[in-house]
Ligand binder design. Structure first.
Ligand code: SF4
Ligand code: FE
Length: 491
């Protein structure tokens, strides 16, 4: 089986047997709980899309390992076209779900570890790459979801991992055995964690020799003994517990993150992809960051499409769509959204082949894309709220519409233009509220700042990757400064 159906994916989650806690209680089935079902359905959409014939060129690819037709969310990219198609696929998924659909963090991590294990073998004579190829083969053949477990809890951030008073603030190796290692620690903000079959664990930062026990990468099944998932809380998440659950804005999907605890977890030898090669940890983090920062110029742009559509629809519903300032605001939103997409596509277009044969995006452009993502969705959201008007946050519940005493007032006073009834207007407003203030805002706003690294991380990379010395030379040449003769020059 190289392609799982969406229904098979849902069934596979039911049978996972992993330990998941939501709001103080362990739950048995993530696909059945009102809070965790929408995120599971968002990932299921990556399977439903691949099932459709007309979507297959975007959502499937040929595996370079097995030769089979596989879901593109498990594909190791081998051309610029692959890099571009990934971005286009993520935008399409953002449009379908209006949230973080979670599966790309694992995809980007797989592409990263594929390239890094090759480099590790070249540098240290290890056999990590073949182990990882075997793992990828297993993932592709069974069409599995993988979660990228990267961010450590970090404790006192002024201290390195080995300097921490509590050594578990960064995930590390506590025991080394003949047939594997035992690890302890916790990873935060793990996208898609409870909806994944496999967890890929990697370091979160560059490491020094004294931190070498923290330089580990491995993959384990989600139901491995000692692994516990604690679900992240989101604004308005308990609205999903309301009877009928229809007044939540996005009726079907949602993103989420979870804390994943590794309490003395055994990792077998064949699933270890880095062990103590601390000098390569920084390169791994940077490569993952480049892949995932480019991804944001796909997924967030798709969510932006939905928000722009909702803003245009509410303007029509309220009779303001012909006002010049509204048209100007919509144009501004489109401009910002497409600028995000342009950065991601450019980073893919300037992609390059790594020594492993897999392709990676241009890191400078990927970081520029992501730095824009930390800003533009906020401006797009501001404009959407401006267009929507204050009713966005003062509107009664849809339940009031069903009440025999006050429903008639809702219908009479909250309708829009002649052809727009109160329910239509309220549903559009609720969707805008969800994306800019509710559960959806976790995916569209806060994740846009901090996901794949906070803004300062992008600025550091942009400064490091930009060729300032060449730029200065261009300037000197044009203004007549002779670099060779000018002994006083500081460059
Ligand atoms: Fe995918 Fe975007 Fe979510 Fe990252 S933030 S996992 S790229 S949908
Ligand atoms: Fe993310």
């Amino acid at each position: 089986m190289a392609l799982m159906t969406g229904d098979q994916y849902i069934s596979s989650l039911r049978g996972l047997g992993h330990h998941v806690f939501i709001q103080g209680e362990e739950i048995q089935d993530v696909t059945d709980h009102p809070i965790s079902r929408p995120p599971a359905m968002a990932i299921a959409e990556t399977y439903f899309q691949a099932e459709q014939k007309e979507k297959q060129s975007l959502f499937t690819a040929q595996s370079h390992i097995t030769g089979e037709n596989i879901n593109r969310f498990t594909h190791i990219q081998h051309s610029v076209e692959d890099l571009v198609k990934k971005i286009l696929m993520l935008r399409e998924m953002g449009r379908k779900t209006a949230c973080c659909f979670q599966r790309c963090a694992g995809l980007d991590c797989m592409n990263t570890v594929y390239a890094i294990t090759y480099d590790l073998d070249q540098a240290y004579g290890t056999d990590y790459h073949q182990r990882f190829v075997d793992f990828i083969k297993y993932v592709q053949t069974n069409d599995l979801v993988t979660a990228a477990c990267m961010t450590d809890t970090k404790g006192d951030r002024s201290l390195s991992p080995s300097q921490q008073e509590d050594k578990d603030q960064y995930l590390h190796m506590v025991v080394e055995k003949k047939d594997g290692i035992v690890v302890r620690g916790a990873k935060l903000h793990i996208t898609g964690a409870v909806n994944s079959h496999e967890l890929i664990v990697v370091p979160t930062r560059a490491l020094k020799e004294e931190d070498k026990d923290y330089a580990i990468a491995f993959a384990i099944p989600a139901d491995t003994e000692g692994v516990t998932f604690i679900y992240g809380r989101q604004p308005s998440d308990t609205r999903r517990l309301e009877e009928g659950r229809s007044d939540v804005g996005n009726l079907y999907y949602g993103g989420y993150e979870a804390m994943v605890v590794f309490d003395d977890v055994f990792v077998p030898q064949e699933r270890i992809f880095m062990k103590r090669e601390y000098a390569m940890a920084g390169r791994l983090v940077e490569l993952f960051a480049a892949h995932h920062r480019a991804s944001y110029g796909g997924c967030k742009v798709g969510v932006g499409d939905v928000l722009i559509g909702a803003a245009a629809a509410i303007a029509e519903a309220q009779g303001t769509s012909d006002a010049s300032h509204i048209r100007d605001k919509i144009a501004e939103m489109i401009h910002l959204n497409e600028t995000l997409h342009a950065g991601a596509l450019a980073s893919a277009g300037k992609g390059y082949q790594t020594a492993s044969g897999a392709y990676a995006v241009d890191a400078l452009l990927a970081n520029v894309c992501k730095l824009n993502v930390t800003r533009f969705p906020f401006e797009i959201s501001r404009l959407a709220q401006d267009i929507a008007g204050g009713l966005l946050v003062t509107m009664p519940s849809l339940d009031d519409k069903d009440n025999p005493q006050v429903g008639k007032y809702i219908d009479k006073y909250l309708g829009g233009t002649a052809d727009v009834d109160s329910e239509k207007r309220m549903r559009i407003l609720r969707l805008i509220e969800n994306i800019t203030l509710g559960t959806g805002a976790v995916s569209y706003l806060t994740e846009s700042i901090h996901g794949a690294g906070s803004p300062q991380a992008q600025k550091i990379m942009i400064t490091r990757l930009a060729d300032l010395e060449s730029a200065k030379k261009y300037a000197f040449k044009l203004c007549g400064i002779n670099l060779r003769d000018d002994k006083s020059r500081k460059v």
